[in-house]
Design a protein around this ligand. Sequence first.
Ligand code: AHR
Length: 524
Amino acid sequence: MKRSFRSAVLAVLWAPAAMMAQNSGNVLLVHADVAKDTISRFIYSQFAEHLGHCIYGGIWVGENSPIPNTRGMRNDVVDALRKIRVAALRWPGGCYADGYHWRDGIGPRADRPRTVNATWGGVTEDNSFGTHEFMDLCAQLGCEPVICGNIGSGTVEEMSDWVRYLTSGGDDPMSRLRRSNGREKPWEVRFWGVGNEAWGCGGIMSADFYANEMARYSRFLNNYGGNALCKIASGGLQEDYHWTETIMKKWGGADGWLQGYLGGYSLHYYTVPDWNRKGSATAFSERDWFATLAATLRMDELVTKHSAIMDRYDPEKKIGLIVDEWGDWFDVEPGTNPAFLYQQNTLRDAMVAAVNLNIFHRHCDRVKMTNISQMVNVLQAMILTRDREIVLTPTYYVFRMYAVHQDALLLPTDLACDSCAAGGVSMPAISASASRDREGNIHVSLANLDPVNAKTLRCTLKGAAPAHVSGEIITAAAMNAYNDFDRPESVNIQPFTGAQLHGGVLTIALPAKSIVTLQLTAPR
Ligand code: AHR
């Protein structure tokens, strides 16, 4: 925060709020008069891979299961996910995508081949969940599909046929095959990933080689009828800015031959302070809390730097930055299959989600979609399942509380705040973002990252005169509080009464380690 801005903000806030001036270190200015960019609902998208019990057991139980289901999809899971308004769902991977052959997952289930999931644990894959099931899941969730195609071990023909199978209404072999499998009308599929992590599990390619492959594949991924594909290129490894430069140059540089083929550019970044010591999801210290949140805050730097490169080639921001894998990644729960990536989810995960979502909101001019990893039973999941039971995680509740920002107009914010520190890590104590919805309500989301100290935040809204404030909060007594099958609602959303509105200034008492969303309504 630049000193000049900080003084200016303090000057604005100081006069009307002098009577409450004990804690003046934290100030937030919401520019309610500058609403330009929309927070795409697709920032609230998810990722579901054929990995552990994400699909099998977590979502898909089959039509003959005693677990209540609709055409094989668990009703409890679908109902819970509908409440957080999942905007889009990415499938079938991840690393799994570049070994997946879509023809294995169509036709009568009894005839589908039993294959091996070589990416995740070498388990048997019976292919009972395939293309038709995925499209049905999206319809049940009310979300759009994001299909990630296989360039690592597939062919151009295979991927191009898949697009035709899904989206063509013509009289061609792929449409006829789809019809023979029970689906008369083509589906609409907008988002199409051309490979996944092409630098690694997707084929160990160089940036140049991948750029060529991306163009070659894309050339044959056609639009049929009214369907218009937004093709998403694989990004490089986290801070591989050279990769971004290479793809963008091919798109908009002098040769610019990816033009017309590129709609999105993918970035993957997981919150992992140390890949050699990921640590327990539940048994962690204050030092770990700080290390994790500091690692999460790096997302801002990555998005900023990748966006700056994209801006040079695409100043009109036609290409979306698609953060199609993000979230935290801890050790698997003791006694579970290490290849299944099953981890618990605490208040720390809720904080990771809130901080990332605030970052994505603030960059919504470029960030057009993000997909948290992963939806059920894997990594930073919304839902954990055990046979018939389900648990909604603290991360789920953040997505539920933050849903008010979907398709709302971003209100830019300026924040000056204390820092907090432990274990040699220092970070800003507060994370914030704000938006205005279609009804004119303003929502301000705040996270107090400090696990020990409450914060008082004074907030002014420039260009708005709200008459009423209400709010919701997610917090708990312990940093590592979590929901489990025997205590499913330990961490959830509660009413928040710690915000006072006086003379147009909000004074907000944020408890330590809390996430708050305020709703400000205009006079009626
Ligand atoms: O989400 C788990 C894995 O992480 C994905 O399959 C891969 O794309 C990433 O490396």
